[in-house]
Structures are given as C-alpha cells and as structure tokens.
Design a binder for this molecule. Structure first.
Ligand code: HEC
Ligand code: HEC
Ligand code: HEC
Ligand code: HEC
Ligand code: HEC
Ligand code: HEC
Length: 490
C-alpha cells in the first residue's frame, strides 16, 4: 500500500490515515446515509409525519458530529505523534501480504458494512414506528391520552393519526415538520395549552386528507338513525326519535344533487366568516353556484365589517370537525349505557344522578374514580343494584373525561347536528338573510334536513310516517335554539 517499505522517499501520508479517523469517517458516512435514506423515505411516503423529523434532524446529526469528533481526535493524535518523531510510524501502513494486516482489514471492512446495514434497518424501523398510532398517541402519553382514547373508540380507529394530521405534499411536508418539531418542544418544556385548542391552525385542508379516502362525489342517500334517550325524571322515561337523515350527494354525474352534502357540490362554493376562534359564530355566508351567481346571507347587524375577517371556504371539517375525537356528552353516554343495560334503568332517578356525578369537578382520574363510587353509594345506600352501576359510570368517565388535559365534551364543540352545539344552526337559524330580506338560509322546518319517521316510546315508535311528523318535544313547548336548554350535561 505504501511505498515507504521500499525505502524510496514518498508523499507524506494523510493525517487521516489512522484507525480512529477511519472509524470516524465510517460513522460520518453511516450518519449521512441514514439521513438521506430517512429523508427519501419520508418524502416518498404516502402519508408522512412530523415525528420522523426527530430521527432525521436530531438523531442523525448527533451521529454525524460524533463521527466527526472521532476523525478530528485521530488527526490530532497522529499529528502529535508526527511532530514527536520525524518518522512516519503513526500513519496506517497496510500490507496485505501480512496476515495481521489482512485480519485487521477484513474486520474493519466487515464491521463497517454491518454498521451501515444496521443503521439502515434501524432507521427504516424508526421511520415505521414514528408513523404508527402508538408513537403519536403513546409517546407523549399524558398529552395525547384524550385524543388516543377517543380515536380508538371512533369510526376512524383503524386510520393512523398521520393520515389526517399530516398527509402528503412538499409544502405540507415542510410545514408539518416545523409544527412537529414545535410540538416536541412544547411537550418537553410543558408549554402546551390545556385543553389543546381547536380548530387546529395548520391542519391540512380536507381535500388532501379526508378526500384521500372519501370520495366527495359519492351519493350517500338517506341515513336511517334512531336516537334513544332517557329523561331526567324519577322513572327515567324513555323517549326515542327515528330520523331519516338526508345526506344526499354533491355531483349530478353520480346521483341526485341535494340534501346535506349539497354544500360540497362540485362547481358550487359556500364561504363564510366566523367571528370567534372556535368558529361557533357565523354571521355572514356567501354562496356561488356553478353559473357564478353569488348570494350573500348575513345576520341583520352584520354588514360593513367583512374586510376585518378572513373568509373561509366550507369543507368537510366544518361539519365533521370531530371525525375521530368524539368526547361523548355525559347525557348521551348515560343514555347509551342505559339502553345497553349497563346501567339499570329501573333504579329511580338514576339518569339524573349518573349525569350529576359525572359532571362534578375532579382533578385527576383517581379522584373521579373514587368520587363517583362514593357519591353513588351514598345516594343509594340500600340498593344493591348500584354496585353494577358504579363501574359503568366510571368507565364512561375514563373514556370521555380527561381532567389532566381539561378535555371533555364541553371543551370541544361538535358541529354535526344542532342539539347541544349550534352546529347546523350556526347558519340555519332563520337570522341569515339576503340584503333585500327576500331569501334566507332555510331554518325551522324540522323535516328539511331529516324526516322525523317516528318519535315517542314503545308502540309509538312503530308508527312510521314517511312524509315526516311534526316534532313532539317531550319537555312541552320549545324554542328553535335547542342549545339554550340542552347542554349535554346536567
Ligand atoms: C379521521 C381523521 C383523524 C384521525 C385519524 C386523527 N385525528 Fe386528530 N383531529 C382530527 C380533526 C378533524 C381534529 C379537529 C380539528 C379542528 O377542530 O380543527 C383533530 C384534533 C386533534 C387534536 C387537537 C385536540 C382535540 O382533541 O381536538 C389532537 C391533539 C389530535 N387530533 C391528535 C391526534 C392523534 C394523537 C391521533 C391518533 C391517535 C389522531 N389525532 C387521529 C382528525 C383526525
Ligand atoms: C385513511 C382513510 C381515511 C381518512 C384519511 C379519513 N377517513 Fe373517514 N372513514 C374511513 C373509513 C375506512 C370509514 C368507515 C368506518 C366504518 O364504517 O367502519 C370512515 C368513516 C367515516 C365517516 C362515517 C362515520 C360514522 O359515524 O359512521 C365519516 C363521517 C368520515 N369517515 C369522515 C371523515 C372526515 C371528515 C375525514 C377527514 C378529517 C376522514 N373521514 C378521513 C377512512 C378514512
Ligand atoms: C353541511 C355539513 C356537512 C358537510 C360540509 C359534509 N358533511 Fe358529510 N355528513 C353530514 C351529515 C349531517 C351526515 C350524516 C350524519 C352522520 O354521519 O352522523 C354526513 C355523513 C357523511 C358520511 C357517512 C355516510 C354514510 O353513508 O354513512 C361520510 C363518509 C361523510 N359524510 C363524508 C364527508 C366528506 C368526505 C365531506 C367533505 C367532502 C363531507 N362529508 C362534508 C354533514 C356534512
Ligand atoms: C356556513 C353556513 C352553513 C352551515 C354551517 C350549514 N349550512 Fe346548510 N346551507 C347553507 C347555505 C348558505 C345553504 C343554501 C341556502 C339554502 O338553501 O337555504 C344551505 C343549504 C342546505 C340544505 C339545502 C340543500 C338543497 O338541496 O338545496 C340542507 C339540507 C342543509 N343546508 C343542511 C345543513 C346541515 C344538516 C348542516 C349541519 C350539519 C348545515 N346545513 C350547515 C349554509 C350552511
Ligand atoms: C339544517 C338542517 C337541520 C334542521 C333544519 C333540523 N335538523 Fe335536526 N338534525 C340535523 C342533523 C345534521 C342532525 C344530526 C344527525 C346525526 O347526528 O347523525 C340532527 C339531529 C336531530 C336530533 C337528534 C339529536 C341528537 O343529536 O341527539 C333531533 C331530536 C332533531 N335533529 C330534531 C330537530 C327538530 C325538532 C328540528 C326542527 C326545529 C330540526 N331537528 C331541524 C339537521 C337539522
Ligand atoms: C326551553 C328549553 C328547551 C329547548 C329550547 C329545547 N328543549 Fe328539548 N327538552 C327540554 C326539557 C326540559 C326536556 C325534558 C328533559 C328531561 O326530562 O330529560 C327536553 C327533552 C328533550 C328530548 C328528550 C330526551 C331528553 O334528553 O330528555 C329531546 C330529544 C329534545 N328535548 C330535543 C330538543 C330539540 C331537538 C330542541 C331544539 C329544536 C330542543 N329540545 C329544545 C328543554 C328544552
């Protein structure tokens, strides 16, 4: 390898020619290799995710720097030796005819290859792991517990967090890296808000997330759904309503256009202004149809302030804002447990009391667990049936209340419906009219978005009326704004 053995004068060997620097170089190359590999994997992935950035941008540079330091130490040491003795002993001299050199060489080459191979396999696995639901939901366990729990109980339990929160595309790739790194920082330094605020500012538009799986043109027809309730009286009187929900469709090429998904009609556009961060107050709406006809609806008082606000184009998330994380309201959760027989509906006032104990203030899960048990046992000291009710109520709490993160139904409005959050009635409330007051966004007609097929209890539920019935409110006369009285809580 080196001409020195021949005794002839030779080029001075590089200071890098020592085992330590060579090892350092291998580490540097390995680090670079892993970096490029992760970067490419992430860029090619259908759905990438922000957390891979920990590996790409935080771990590989450390490996890099480590390798570099090894190289430097090697260089410094061999310089030192070179200065100390004028001979060239410090330089690595490999003579493959010597068995010792051959052994060292083989060991060096093999271990370098193994190192790079392991780095590749390791980083590929790290990549896959960071894509997974466990990583997103469990790594930051306390912080993401509410979202993970509700995700696992929702219709999208099998859809990875990254599929909705990150998605693909270069622009969003970079943005989500930045957001992801910020999220890691805020968890490490305990800077995150409780509850985590929504709507999420940098959530990708529905077109690039939901529509990767759901075809917006699909004609969905009607959805027949029965809602079962128990009232807050001594006998927990049952009441049900069966609705045929007119989901409809949005593309004339694939079925009739109309119904609820009309808002998403191809060639059509619905835009709005929300005056609050949670998008619960919508005083101004503008529609543009496929012919370009523009109609503006607004609340009477909202006229000249348009330029002050951002105009948002309506998309799937304006109605389906909780597709994955549904914190069930205690009122509904108790109804369901009673319907399933987990809570004995023959226990007097059990509906009222179960909702009551769920909505007391608790600081943590343990306190809630004990508090629920104590309060219910005290209310029904002589009723052994309560022993089966307690675990059911505790389970409702565990699944839907997260005191550490202050997350529960009351922290997150659900826009799909109108009973405990304004939802559809943010616009369909009879207050949104054109300037000449001739047109208004449809409201009041209880059979326009859904048909009330049946309502009541027992036999009444078998009397179906396909054209729709007039609503019989169980509490007597009512006002259109259901949310004035119905809060989902006590
Ligand atoms: C089906 C799509 C979907 C999936 C899957 C999904 N999310 Fe979400 N997530 C959303 C939407 C939509 C919002 C609410 C956005 C809004 O209101 O602006 C949200 C909100 C959040 C929030 C804000 C707090 C909150 O509760 O609203 C966090 C944190 C979150 N998701 C984490 C996760 C984690 C962790 C997972 C995986 C365990 C996950 N998400 C899976 C769609 C999804
Ligand atoms: C990776 C694919 C995927 C993505 C992304 C996705 N969904 Fe879904 N979604 C599904 C699947 C699969 C189901 C059917 C679940 C079932 O019926 O068991 C579903 C079901 C639904 C349902 C019916 C829920 C119910 O209560 O029955 C709605 C509404 C929905 N998705 C809306 C959304 C919205 C809004 C988004 C965007 C935030 C979204 N989805 C993103 C795959 C996806
Ligand atoms: C104006 C509000 C609104 C908008 C906007 C909207 N939806 Fe819906 N969607 C509904 C309602 C209401 C239902 C029926 C009730 C339910 O599923 O709880 C529904 C039902 C669905 C279902 C279930 C259909 C079934 O057969 O069970 C899917 C999937 C869905 N929507 C996807 C989407 C997607 C994707 C978008 C965006 C392109 C979208 N929706 C936009 C209100 C809306
Ligand atoms: C941002 C405001 C807004 C929200 C929120 C909203 N809508 Fe609409 N909706 C409109 C406007 C504007 C029209 C068109 C005017 C009209 O027909 O009254 C419309 C029309 C409709 C129509 C009639 C479609 C047709 O065939 O002509 C239905 C049904 C409907 N909406 C249902 C709903 C439901 C259900 C929700 C809640 C899940 C909802 N809307 C939420 C603004 C809104
Ligand atoms: C703008 C469209 C629209 C109008 C108008 C409307 N609803 Fe609804 N309603 C909905 C939607 C959407 C849902 C939710 C369906 C779901 O959760 O799957 C709903 C749900 C309900 C429910 C079940 C509530 C629950 O979540 O437990 C009742 C009861 C109901 N509506 C009664 C009425 C009555 C009474 C009127 C007339 C005052 C009315 N609706 C008018 C769209 C409408
Ligand atoms: C003025 C207050 C008020 C308004 C407004 C109101 N409700 Fe109620 N509602 C009640 C009371 C009180 C009861 C009886 C509650 C009980 O005993 O649990 C009730 C009961 C119900 C029930 C039977 C199930 C249950 O939870 O007890 C349904 C369903 C219902 N209301 C739907 C609606 C809808 C939909 C609207 C809006 C269109 C509405 N309510 C508006 C006060 C109101």
């Amino acid at each position: 390898m080196n001409t020195e053995n021949t005794g002839k004068p030779s080029r001075r060997p590089s200071l890098l020619q020592n085992w330590m620097s060579l090892t350092g170089l291998v580490v540097v190359i390995g680090g670079l290799f892993v970096f490029v590999l992760l970067f490419v994997l992430d860029a090619l992935a259908h759905f990438s995710n922000p957390y891979i950035s920990i590996f790409t941008w935080m771990v590989t540079p450390v490996v890099f720097v480590f390798g570099f330091i090894l190289v430097l130490i090697g260089v410094v040491r061999s310089r030192h030796k070179r200065v100390g003795s004028s001979s060239m002993v410090s330089a690595v001299q490999i003579d493959l005819s010597r068995p010792r050199d051959r052994r060292i060489m083989v060991t060096f080459v093999v271990s370098s290859l193994v190192f790079i191979l392991l780095a590749a396999v390791g980083s590929y696995n790290a990549f896959n792991f960071s894509e997974s639901v466990q990583f997103c939901g469990e790594t930051c366990h306390g912080v993401m517990k509410p979202e993970l729990t509700t995700h696992d109980h929702g219709p999208h339990a099998r859809v990875a967090c990254a599929a909705c929160h990150v998605g693909s595309g270069v622009n969003w790739f970079v943005r989500s890296k930045l957001a992801g790194s910020y999220q890691i920082y805020s968890v490490l330094f305990n800077k995150y808000p409780r509850p985590i605020a929504t709507p999420i500012k940098n959530l990708r538009p529905a077109r690039e997330t939901c529509e990767e799986c759901h075809w917006p043109q699909k004609f969905s027809g009607n959805l027949d759904r029965t809602f079962n309730y128990f009232q807050s009286d001594a006998s927990n009187s049952p009441y049900s309503i069966r609705l045929s929900i007119k989901i409809g469709g949005a593309d004339p090429a694939h079925g009739p256009v109309g119904g609820i998904h009309w808002h998403m009609m191809v060639g059509n556009q619905v835009e709005y202004i929300a005056t609050d961060a949670a998008r619960q107050k919508i005083p101004w709406v503008r529609t543009t149809d496929s012919q370009g006809v523009v109609t503006v609806f607004h609340e009477p008082k909202f006229t000249n302030e348009i330029s002050k606000y951002e105009i948002r184009k309506m998309d799937c998330m304006d109605c389906h804002n909780r597709p994955s994380h549904r914190y069930v309201a205690p009122d509904r959760a108790v109804n369901q447990a009673m319907e399933l027989g987990k809570i004995d509906r023959t226990i007097p006032w059990i509906k009222t009391n179960a909702v009551y104990v769920l909505t007391r203030k608790y600081d943590n899960d343990k306190q809630a667990h004990d508090g629920i048990a104590t309060a219910l046992s005290q209310r029904y000291p002589n009723d052994p049936r309560i022993h089966e009710v307690i675990p059911a109520v505790q389970e409702i709490y565990r699944d839907n209340f997260f005191p550490e993160m202050k997350a529960s139904w009351s922290a997150y409005p659900d826009n799909l419906g109108h009973m405990i959050w304004p939802g559809c009635f943010r616009c369909h409330d009879g207050q949104h009219k054109t300037d000449d007051k001739k047109l208004s966004i449809k409201a009041n007609d209880c059979n326009s978005c859904h048909t009330i097929l049946a309502q009541g209890a027992g036999e009444e539920m078998n009397k179906l009326l396909p054209t729709g019935q007039k609503f019989n409110h169980p509490g007597g006369d009512y006002d259109i704004t259901c949310t004035d009285c119905h809060t989902g809580g006590p």
